[in-house]
Design a protein around this ligand. Structure first.
Ligand SMILES: [Zn+2]
Length: 110
């Protein structure tokens, strides 16, 4: 759990679980995955969550959600307290987590 912003946890649907199982089976059959076997019933009965971060652009205000897993790959915590990514709308590298957005815009009005 990151220190400077919150994440949103969303339960994945049964359809999404089925898709993930298919991916998993494919990976097993083709040797892309080495690991303990997954109990299919167990997997289908479990609540599985995806973690997202709500982003808001400091330039144009557009909001969007990004998967936390993906962020962890592009964000170096030792360099910055929070990830900064390209905005889908204006194309500027000024989209920050919503909590960071509020902190930064508050400073402007202080
Ligand atoms: Zn923007």
């Amino acid at each position: 759990m990151p220190k400077y912003f919150n994440t949103i946890k969303l339960k994945i649907s049964d359809e999404e679980k089925k898709l993930r199982l298919e991916d998993y089976r494919y990976a097993l059959e083709n040797g892309y995955y080495f690991g303990p076997p997954v109990d299919i019933d167990d997997f289908m009965n479990k609540d599985i969550f995806d973690e997202f971060v709500r982003f808001k652009c400091l330039n144009c205000g557009t909001e969007h959600d990004e998967e936390y897993d993906i962020l962890l790959e592009i964000w170096d915590e030792s360099i910055s307290d929070y990830p900064k990514i390209y905005c889908e709308n204006c194309g500027k590298e000024s989209s920050v987590p919503l909590d960071v957005y509020h902190k930064q815009t508050l400073k402007v009005f202080r």
